[in-house]
Design a protein around this ligand. Structure first.
Ligand SMILES: [Zn+2]
Ligand SMILES: [Zn+2]
Length: 175
């Protein structure tokens, strides 16, 4: 995915081609490197990514609003999407009726249009940055928190800190 080229228009203007959906798809191919529109670091495809389509920068975890549905690249917004919090992927209940520990998901909001989205965390995402996002989300103002919850996303709260550590690092938070 080379969404940075869309963001600053370098590629599209230099080649003189009109941007269309098919071209976008080619530029966003999962196997190409791109420069992050937020932290400006180069992002390279890695074997750890497996078959998962990379949709955010592994360093700062920002994304771009390029989809209307996951992976379709049909959005015309193309603004940056900031990671604002974390949520659990719903994984149902175990045989004791306890909620199963799902994967940690990133909650992004678009800085252009305000759309809220959730994205799976990738194996090479910066765990310290994930924790920093979690800490910041706990200080989010109540109105914004309610706006996100209104979209059906349950943000992680301080009570989830232990489970989050276990999920990210495979161990409990040492106190
Ligand atoms: Zn970045
Ligand atoms: Zn947007």
């Amino acid at each position: 995915m080379r969404y940075d080229d869309d963001y600053d228009g370098r590629n599209s203007f230099r080649t003189g081609h009109k941007r269309d959906k098919h071209k976008n798809n080619r530029w966003h191919a999962a196997d190409s490197a791109f420069r992050c529109a937020h932290c400006r670091q180069m992002v390279f495809p890695t074997p750890e990514m497996g078959t998962v389509h990379r949709n955010h920068c592994p360093h700062c975890l920002h994304s771009l609003h390029v989809d209307t549905k996951p992976g379709n690249r049909a959005s015309d917004c193309h603004a940056r999407m900031a990671p604002v919090g974390l949520t659990w992927k719903k994984n149902g209940f175990d045989k004791y009726g306890r909620e199963r520990l799902g994967d940690v998901m990133l909650v992004h909001t678009c800085l252009g249009c305000g759309m809220v989205n959730i994205n799976r965390i990738a194996a090479d995402d910066d765990c310290d940055e994930i924790l920093a996002i979690f800490e910041r989300s706990l200080a989010m103002d109540g109105k914004r928190w309610k706006c996100i919850e209104a979209t059906g996303i349950d943000l992680l709260t301080a009570e989830d800190a232990g489970l989050l550590h276990r999920s990210l690092f495979g161990m409990e938070l040492s106190r």
